[in-house]
Write a protein that binds this ligand. Structure first.
Ligand SMILES: [Zn+2]
Length: 313
């Protein structure tokens, strides 16, 4: 059965028609409107476009934010002015098919579990290193949603006391130390310090900033300053994974997001930090680490797979 998956991002809405094997057979991208009414209309128009062109059984929509346990209401969204927004009802009013909504990081994690790096395990944790750190937890083959629907916000676990302020209202959250944005911050700090930061400093744009891709290129070129910046964020991520291992005991950590394109350059220091922070290391089974396989399409693939058609379990 074909299903529609739509991933509402901060700048783009990515939609696709996805088959039962997780393959995308049709795809569209549009800019994300800032107005919430226009946004809902854009999602409905995209879904109806696919429904008109294919035999579709259900529609899934992923967005950043807290989704309630009935998968119907967006309790809070960080980038869109939604508060207790009945998104499922709003979208179903404009479509002739049922709509399933899901947190975007959960949707991406589910896609990796079903069709990507996690397809051979039953217990998996995914961490996405983007602007923030997205999290998804799959236990015993099921997405773990918690008592209120909003579990798996691993990026907002307190990583350090009295730490950097976070957009969630707290401070010291993991995503302030282990995200793509954290990598840029570390690169800037190293550039400011001189010494090994000379090549990083030369990459500053007219606003004085160093972009994430620029840091990545220097890592691949073997620059010691860029490698040190990466080591710092990889260490934060790996230390957190040691804690997640103690709590959740996954078989596999899947690492996604822009920073994950560095592959083994990232995973090497992550593994070292994981092992050195793991309770009982040497006396317990450990998890493997893998890079996510589905890239930016993971969210739409995952939410399409999670969408439930009429009569489906
Ligand atoms: Zn936070």
């Amino acid at each position: 059965m074909l299903k529609v998956g739509i991933d509402i991002g901060g700048t783009k809405i990515a939609g696709g028609v996805v088959d039962a094997g997780g393959r995308i057979v049709d795809k569209l991208r549009v800019d994300t409107p800032t107005d919430t009414v226009e946004l809902a209309t854009a999602v409905i128009d995209m879904a109806n476009h696919f429904i008109g062109a294919h035999d579709i059984g259900a529609v899934g929509v992923a967005a950043a934010g807290f989704i309630d346990k009935d998968r119907a209401t967006v309790i809070h969204a960080p980038n869109i002015a939604w508060h207790d927004e009945p998104l499922k009802a709003t979208l179903e009013a404009g479509l002739r098919l049922p709509v399933t909504i899901e947190n975007d990081a959960n949707a991406a994690g589910w896609a990796e579990f079903r069709f990507g790096a996690g397809r051979d395990v039953d217990h998996m944790v995914m961490l996405t290193m983007g602007t923030g750190v997205g999290g998804a937890v799959v236990l015993s083959g099921e997405l773990y949603r918690g008592g209120h629907g909003i579990a798996g916000e691993l990026g907002h676990m307190r990583f350090t006391r009295d730490g950097r302020p976070c957009g969630c209202g707290q401070n010291g959250c993991l995503e302030q130390y282990a995200s793509g944005r954290a990598l840029q911050r570390e690169a800037n700090d190293i550039a400011d310090a001189g010494g090994i930061g000379a090549a990083l400093a030369a990459l500053r744009d007219e606003k004085g900033k160093i972009s994430g891709p620029a840091v990545s290129r220097l890592v691949l070129a073997g620059d010691p300053g860029a490698i040190e910046a990466l080591r710092r964020v990889a260490t934060a991520l790996g230390e957190a994974c040691g804690g997640f291992q103690a709590v959740l005991d996954p078989e596999l950590f899947v690492i996604g997001g822009g920073v994950a394109q560095l592959g083994e350059d990232l995973l090497g220091p992550v593994r070292i930090a994981y092992e050195t922070s793991l309770p009982g290391y040497g006396d317990r089974p450990t998890a493997s680490f893998a890079i996510a396989e589905l890239g930016n399409d993971a969210g739409l693939i995952g939410v399409a797979d999670l969408a439930t058609a009429p009569g489906e379990a």
